[in-house]
Design a protein around this ligand. Structure first.
Ligand code: GLY
Length: 748
């Protein structure tokens, strides 16, 4: 077909693009001027703007025997006269606001009506106003001002102000049958957050998230009008557009338009997998009921988002003439001008042939996608490459969509009930850790513990440590073995305070996850509780946070704080740590909680359930072996006043031997560590083999290499110390004099 599209805005370019890509030839004229001469050349006319309808293009086409997909000027009064539309809907019982019409100058009558209504109103000009003849006053003063202003211009309406989400229902009509297109939502105000004056529309998206069956909306707002007009012998052909507000009492009509919406058309038409000209022609023949779209409108994209770029000054007088520059589209004057596999499209509107701003709404960019988020991203990233001086763009198109369908906090990814289930699952294990000194535990705002057990100390001190399990949690989550990370964090903290001679008093945990899983949380906390119970430490409280979008899907994080107590005079290190002292190593149970970023990467292609050469159990199990607590080994030594004396303890955590030993060394004292003086466990030996390029210092800084705790004692005490410890130990080095101002670890 040769299709004549009347109009030159974004909407008309969207219609034309569909026609062209459906294989039709398209002629475009800006308005109806001189149109008679063109009609003999074309098979179908699709009018875009209301002005063409009001100018009687349907009758002109009928006289020339050319099908026109638009209503007659008389029928278009549904749009051109707000009062006529309200008369029709009132007569047909179509839901809408209470309203009244006033003639020019009837200010007092209007003020009286408004006061008797007793609720806020919308003031509307009773004629075409390109979307700008509506004032929504915010208070009594601006209501009176709006009434005075519109009464000075001509006839006007007052309508009861409704509230609720709005949507645009566009239906293709053939006089009898109406086919609804995806519901769209316009953004009429100039400013972000729907502030400022009304415009012709600054953006739209589809489908609008309205939880009402579209067939029901068609039956309520479109079909009664079609039936009424057909019965009157004047069938309605074209687009009937019902602007709706979804109020608390149900959907209500805001207004009718007799054409595609702008910018709704730029959002909706590109979504369609429909030959629009073919459907429009069928409508002019009264044949939509048998057209393929009668059984469902096929879509080529599930979602669409259109963003309008407007000229400076709009919606007042726009400043024109600026060059429109684009790095994303090949042309700014050609509709489509596609990029990104046609998932981002440009629709020129107020651009002249030289690519300069010539009108208020300059162009629209539409992004398509599987969901609104991706459609929106495409539209905005395409728009990022477009610029002209003073360009006005709303960055919030679609901003009401995320909240439109949310009914509960859980829909944002946070399930409070799951948190409660997690607490229920862990409660028993946690309560086992609570001695009689705990006055408030699980479920209270804060844990409360009596300090009675410190009463026997001469000068009690509290020793606090906070830490996290680190990226070991990723491996644990991946392997579904999370109980151990509970022990990891508790024991890590126990060892941290132990090296200062402190015994654990209480522990508080923190678990954060992208998605809370009560079973997982209960498992982790039960692991913590077991470790606490074994150490005589109260698991006094904790926090479980569900943080979608902060943690990666499936990820969780574990951290905790332990408070211990000690006698001040017993604090370690002692002040006589000196050259000649020896370093006695206690074995680690595995990598503890350090080096997992390296380990996960190192073993990324090795199955975690396979047993590598040298190990006697699956790799995943070896890697997840919980961090051991040294409390049961060290505490008896600390308590035995007659036994060998511990001068210092170093917990070998992040930073390994090279960075943890210096923490307990006096100034000018170095540690010499003899590599090979302790048996490197098979897992660490394997890691060393797999890292031929990593030197010893770097390796021992990253991993504990089999040593989890180091005791510093006088050489004379070393043998007694080792025999007092009921497990294998190794003398791995000694302290030597070093340079003043330094504390170094030398691996030899
Ligand atoms: N976007 C509103 C209209 O076209 O009237």
């Amino acid at each position: 077909m040769r299709v004549l599209v009347v109009g030159a805005g974004g909407r008309e370019h969207a219609i034309a693009l569909n026609c062209r890509t459906s294989g039709h030839e398209v002629l475009m004229v800006p308005d109806v001027t001189g149109i008679d001469g063109r009609l003999s050349e074309v098979d179908l006319v699709i009018p875009g703007p209301e002005a063409a309808l009001v100018a009687g293009i349907a009758s002109t086409c009928a006289a020339a025997g050319v099908p026109c997909f638009g209503p007659t000027a008389e029928l278009a009064r549904l749009e051109s006269s707000k009062a006529h539309a309200r008369d029709v809907t009132t007569r047909l019982g179509i839901p809408g606001p209470r309203w009244s019409r006033f003639d020019a100058g009837q200010v007092d009558e209007a003020l009286d009506w408004w006061r008797s209504l007793g609720s806020p109103v919308v003031v509307k000009q009773d004629g075409l106003a390109a979307g700008k003849g509506v004032v929504v006053p915010t208070d009594d003063t601006s209501t009176a001002e709006a009434i005075t202003a519109l009464a000075a211009r001509g006839a006007f309406l007052l309508e009861e102000r409704m509230s609720g989400p709005e949507c645009s229902l566009l239906a293709l009509c053939d006089g009898t049958t109406a086919i609804a297109l995806p519901l769209a939502q316009d953004h009429k105000r100039i400013g972000e957050g729907d502030r400022g004056p009304n415009t012709g529309g600054m953006g739209a998206y589809a489908p609008a998230p309205i939880d009402i069956d579209v067939d029901h909306l068609v039956a309520t707002f479109i079909t009664p009008v079609l039936d009424d007009l057909r019965a009157a012998g004047t069938p309605y052909i074209g687009v009937l557009y019902a602007g709706l507000m979804i109020t608390a009492s149900g959907p209500r009509l805001v207004e009718y338009n007799c054409r595609f919406g702008d910018p709704e058309a730029q959002a909706v038409i590109p979504m369609l997998d429909v030959d629009l000209a073919d459907a429009a022609l069928a409508a002019t023949e009264g044949a939509l009921a048998t057209h393929p779209i009668a059984t469902g409108v096929p879509l080529r994209a599930a979602s669409s988002c259109t963003v309008v770029a407007a000229a400076p000054g709009y919606p007042g007088t726009p400043a024109v003439g600026a060059a429109v520059l684009s790095t994303t589209f090949t042309s700014t004057t050609v509709a489509g001008s596609s990029i990104d596999d046609e998932l981002a499209l440009l629709f020129p509107a107020g651009i002249d042939a030289e690519g300069r701003v010539s009108g208020g709404r300059v162009l629209a960019v539409t992004g398509l996608g599987d969901d609104l988020g991706s459609a929106r991203d495409r539209a905005y990233s395409a728009l990022d490459g477009i610029a002209f001086e003073g360009m006005q763009v709303r960055r919030d198109i679609g901003w009401r969509a995320p909240g439109a369908t949310m009914r509960s906090y859980a829909e944002s990814g946070v399930d409070i009930d799951e948190g409660t289930r997690a607490v229920d699952g862990m409660r028993a294990a946690v309560e086992r850790t609570l001695g009689s000194d705990v006055l408030r535990g699980v479920g209270s705002f804060g844990g409360v513990i009596s300090l009675a057990r410190l009463a026997g100390l001469d000068e009690p001190v509290l020793v606090a440590s906070t830490d996290g399990v680190g990226t070991k949690v990723e491996l644990a989550a991946r392997l579904g073995r999370v109980r151990g990370v509970g022990a990891d964090i508790v024991n890590h903290c126990i060892d941290d305070v132990l090296v200062q001679s402190a015994r654990p008093l209480m522990f508080l945990d923190y678990i954060a996850a992208s998605k809370l899983d009560a079973g997982l949380v209960a498992e982790v906390v039960s692991g913590m509780a077991e470790a606490c119970e074994a150490a005589g430490c109260a698991l006094l409280g904790g926090e479980t946070a569900e943080m979608p979008g902060v943690y990666a899907d499936g990820a969780f994080d574990v951290a905790g704080t332990l408070i211990g107590y000690a006698e001040r005079s017993a604090l370690l290190p002692t002040d006589d740590v000196a050259p000649g002292d020896v370093l006695i190593a206690l074995a680690s149970s595995g990598p503890h909680t350090n080096g997992y970023s390296l380990l996960r990467r190192l073993f990324q292609w090795f199955p975690m359930d396979a047993v590598p050469l040298g190990l006697d159990r699956p790799l995943g199990e070896a890697l997840l072996e919980p961090h051991r607590s040294y409390l049961d080994v060290i505490a008896p030594l600390l308590d035995d006043a007659d036994g060998p004396r511990i001068k210092a303890l170093a917990h070998i955590t992040g930073g390994g031997l090279p960075e943890n030993l210096p923490r307990v060394l006096p100034d000018g004292v170095d540690a010499e560590v003899e590599l090979g003086s302790w048996p490197v466990p098979p897992l660490f030996a394997l890691v060393r083999d797999l890292l031929p390029g990593m030197n010893a210092h770097e390796l021992h800084r990253t991993l504990n290499m089999g040593v989890g705790m180091v005791i510093v004692c006088a050489e004379a005490d070393a043998d007694a110390m080792r025999s007092a410890i009921g497990e294998d130990t190794w003398v791995i080095g000694r302290l030597v004099s070093g340079r003043a101002g330094h504390r170094e670890v030398r691996l030899r």
